[in-house]
Design a protein around this ligand. Structure first.
Ligand code: CA
Length: 312
């Protein structure tokens, strides 16, 4: 990992951490283990190494700042419990005491078993612009992650958006009113490990990316450009009342866990308290926040395989 190294023809002068080494000349030379992302600098986002010395953070939801550590008021309120609910009713799945005797708080994560789903009321308009990030793990090659539709009388009666995994490949199906368009990635999700899918839509432009790989884009082919969906969306499966329409029977529900969802800058962290409705959703007990590594007065925020202990 030597970038633009000028080593005067003698690589021995570039031994990392060697007191004896004499660096005669160099430029942008980093140690082989100097990936700046190893320090997990992005508090609420995904780190991508630019080079040995620099990184960039893609922030979740409404977090901002170089290290995604500036919280929107909404998230601050949620973490503090000011979110119009009494403090002790908010998140608290309880102080989960970890093996080392520390006691911090956690947001409990939903585990889906194939037919289970959880519903959220949208707080943002998604008709023209949609920014969706989902961190999840799956135990099967197929499963629904996100679904929104226009429904009436237990039928999908109009537009819909469906993000799912099909044979390990992320696929988005979108009907804005002129028929279904499909965008299918080539990259495959890593089974039984955390993955992140990023979906962006602006009018007819749709892009999809997996695990920060380059995005794939399509332009919706019909005349319509607005996504008209009900005021709530579903995670984990298509509700069984709707699955008989539009061929959705071929879209099995997720068997896995959703760790993080943000929709147009609105971060869903507190899954079990934000719900509009749910069906057979279990609670996930596993890493990275269980057993809870965070101490008293902090909350464990999972971030793929790592975590941050945030002050409450
Ligand atoms: Ca429409």
């Amino acid at each position: 990992m030597l970038h633009d190294a000028a080593a005067n023809g003698n690589k021995n002068f570039l031994l990392a951490n060697s007191r004896e080494a004499q660096i005669l000349n160099g430029r942008n030379v980093g140690q082989c283990d100097s990936d700046p992302c190893l320090q997990a600098p992005c508090t609420h986002g995904i780190c991508t190494m630019v080079d040995s010395f620099s990184y960039k953070c893609d922030c979740f939801g409404s977090y901002t700042g170089l290290n995604c550590d500036s919280k929107s008021k909404k998230i601050r309120d949620l973490l503090r419990g000011d979110d119009s609910r009494p403090y002790n009713e908010v998140v608290w799945s309880g102080g989960i005491t970890s093996a080392n005797g520390k006691e911090g708080k956690v947001f409990e994560l939903p585990r889906f078993t194939g037919r289970s789903y959880i519903q959220y009321k949208l707080t943002q308009e998604v008709d023209y612009n949609l920014t969706l990030d989902i961190v999840f793990r799956t135990d099967q090659a197929d499963g629904v992650l996100f679904f929104g539709c226009q429904s009436s009388n237990s039928l999908v009666s109009g537009d819909y958006i469906l993000l799912s995994i099909e044979d390990r490949v992320p696929v988005v199906r979108l009907d804005l009113g002129s028929g279904t368009n499909t965008l299918r990635l080539q990259e495959k999700v890593v089974m039984k490990d955390w993955n992140m899918i990023s979906l962006r839509r602006s009018g007819k432009q749709i892009s999809l990316a997996l695990n920060m790989e380059p995005a794939m884009n399509i332009t919706y082919s019909g005349e319509m450009m607005y996504l008209n969906v009900d005021s709530y969306v579903t995670l984990g499966a298509i509700p069984h009342t709707l699955e008989h329409t539009k061929g959705f029977l071929h879209s099995p529900g997720l068997r896995g866990v959703i760790q993080r969802v943000s929709i147009n800058g609105d971060d869903i962290l507190d899954f079990f308290h934000s719900t509009h409705g749910q069906y057979r959703v279990k609670k996930y007990h596993g890493p990275p926040c269980h057993p809870n590594p965070c101490g008293r007065g902090t909350i464990c925020i999972p971030l793929l395989n790592t975590y941050k202990c945030d002050l409450i």
